[in-house]
Write a protein that binds this ligand. Structure first.
Ligand SMILES: Cc1cc2nc3c(=O)[nH]c(=O)nc-3n(C[C@H](O)[C@H](O)[C@H](O)COP(=O)(O)OP(=O)(O)OC[C@H]3O[C@@H](n4cnc5c(N)ncnc54)[C@H](O)[C@@H]3O)c2cc1C
Ligand SMILES: NC(=O)c1ccc[n+]([C@@H]2O[C@H](COP(=O)([O-])OP(=O)(O)OC[C@H]3O[C@@H](n4cnc5c(N)ncnc54)[C@H](O)[C@@H]3O)[C@@H](O)[C@H]2O)c1
Length: 465
């Protein structure tokens, strides 16, 4: 058995692991990443963020072609199959893998392909693809093993018509109908994708409204637009039994309903990837969702073992995982770091949704005197030109100080547009002010115009008080 020794070993090459390793190497540590998949990028690149966003982009292009009259000169509305759309997705994944792989060589981070399992607090055993094992020793470890879809034991995921967000990417046909169980972010995004492909979608929500953490108005808008696309949204439903058959899947609900579709996409919850890590060898224990707890330095209860990314739970975003990776490297070398707790929300449904800061409900509960300014995208020149007229920007600001407290947006490019407001919100007082949007000249026609309109709308309300 060969043995190698490093200053830092990172387990997992997703956004959290990659950022941690690259950042540590730049800070002078001899770093290695162990990845059990043959290629780098993590579930983010291969199963989660990248494939779902690339899929959604292609579907959005198709919808534009099919719905905008200007394209009728080129031809009649067309359909694409799921496997056809997946071809473009696979190209994006290849570009991503190429780019991420180059980072390892450039930053002299050793990449070891194999599955890591702790032997003790200073070494792991790596099961290599050829079945051999290797011992890797290190001063410090970072667990960045990510997460996978949660699979309840009473649902047969081995059946050809039952999918989760990993296996859906391998679907070789386009079903006529699909039921999506779990209306969280993943469920809502896939509901948009399948509805955009012309598939009949049943979106089954275990809660009372869609994405309850969103501002109510935005959550309502999402429900409206999903229904407008033909999605049947069912709230407060729990499954009793899933019965897959040769011709489809029947879901018997606790409410007594029986819902039938050609396929089931299960999107209810995720589990941290900790079960194969040999955590008991180092005295660590994951919670019932497979997640690890960390302190303000992203350190676990074992003082040379750290954890970042989905494996530590909330917010379970690629965006936050990258930043947590950089933060843990800074914490390890003692150069100051920030705790990542202010990630914006970017949800790639159709329409897209994005927000940062407080919601109206939160501000009302906290008795903060705020006012709201709104701008509808359909009133901006840019949206009229692009033909993407659905959407709204909403700014919540303090009545007395003008401080921006929350930005909530839905519509085309919402996830980009929110960053304009986020940049101002991050300024220290008195620069975080709604006045910025009325005292600054923006390019025209751009969606930034929506900020000016929303700010004027809000300030006019205050003036009328
Ligand atoms: C469908 C979907 C869509 C998403 N969309 C978005 C989005 O739009 N925006 C966003 O910010 N986030 C999104 N996310 C969340 C995002 O993908 C995750 O937050 C992110 O991937 C977490 O990164 P990570 O580095 O923690 O782990 P992962 O990306 O999960 O990578 C972990 C890696 O560790 C490896 N590994 C596990 N165990 C071992 C072991 N024992 N030895 C060696 N290697 C191991 C795995 O093979 C994997 O490659 C989405 C997730 C899903 C599922
Ligand atoms: N665009 C994005 O940022 C994006 C896209 C997809 C996924 N993600 C991330 O991936 C993670 C997983 O997404 P998701 O949609 O699976 O999760 P989620 O947390 O949004 O929930 C999925 C569904 O599971 C249900 N659920 C969760 N916990 C439950 C419980 N204890 N009991 C009953 N029902 C429960 C929710 O009600 C929801 O219907 C999220 O944390 C999300 O941030 C982000």
């Amino acid at each position: 058995m060969a043995e190698q020794k490093f200053d830092l070993v990172v387990i997992g090459s997703g956004p959290a692991g990659e950022a941690a390793a690259m950042s540590a190497a730049k800070k002078g540590l001899r770093a290695a990443v162990i990845e059990k998949r043959q290629v780098v990028g993590g579930n983010c690149t291969h199963k989660g963020t990248i494939p779902s966003k690339a899929l959604r982009h292609s579907v959005k292009q198709l919808m534009r072609y099919n719905t905008q009259s200007v394209f009728r000169a080129l031809g009649e509305p067309r359909r694409l199959t799921f496997p056809q759309v997946m071809q473009t997705v696979n190209k994006v994944i290849s570009y991503q893998v190429e780019m991420h792989t180059a980072c390892y060589a450039r930053n002299r981070v050793e990449l070891i392909v194999g599955e890591a399992r702790f032997r003790d607090t200073n070494s792991v055993e790596v099961l290599l693809p050829d079945g051999a094992t290797e011992i890797i020793s290190s001063e410090k470890f970072i667990i960045a093993t990510g997460s996978r879809p949660y699979r309840p034991a009473d649902v047969d995921f081995g059946h050809a018509r039952v999918y989760d967000s990993d296996t859906i990417l391998d679907m070789q046909h386009t079903p006529h109908s699909i039921m999506i169980y779990g209306a969280g972010v993943i469920g809502c995004e896939y509901a948009s994708i399948f509805a955009g492909l012309g598939v009949k979608v049943d979106l089954i929500n275990t809660r009372g409204s869609l994405l309850e953490f969103l501002d109510d108005e935005i959550s309502d808008a999402l429900s409206y637009h999903l229904r407008d696309m033909g999605v049947t949204v069912r709230h407060r439903e729990e499954y009793a039994k899933v019965v897959p058959t040769d011709s489809g899947v029947i879901m018997e609900m606790q409410s007594g309903k029986r819902i039938h579709a050609d396929a089931l996409l299960w999107c209810n919850g995720r589990t941290g990837n900790t079960s194969g890590l040999g955590l008991d060898s180092i005295g660590l224990e994951a919670n019932h969702r497979g997640q690890l707890s960390v302190d303000e330095h992203y350190c676990t209860e074992v003082d040379n073992v750290y954890a970042v990314g989905d494996v530590i739970g909330w917010p379970s975003l690629a965006s936050a995982s990258y930043d947590q990776g950089r933060a843990v490297a800074a914490a390890i070398v003692g150069r100051g770091h920030r705790i990542i707790e202010d990630a914006p929300t970017g949800i790639y449904t159709l329409p897209e949704i994005s927000s940062v800061g407080k919601t109206e409900s939160e501000l009302t509960a906290a008795k903060v005197p705020y006012e709201v300014g709104r701008a509808l995208f359909k009133h901006t020149a840019r949206a009229q030109i692009s033909g993407e007229r659905v959407g709204m920007l909403k700014i919540l600001f303090h009545i007395e100080t003008g401080e921006i407290l929350g930005i909530h947006c839905f519509g085309a490019e919402a996830a980009e547009i929110v960053h304009i407001g986020q940049a101002i919100m991050k300024q220290p007082a008195p620069n975080n002010s709604i006045d910025y949007f009325v005292n600054t000249t923006f390019n025209y026609p751009t969606m930034a115009e929506a900020y000016r309109s929303a700010a004027l709308d809000g300030l006019n309300r205050v003036a009328r008080l």
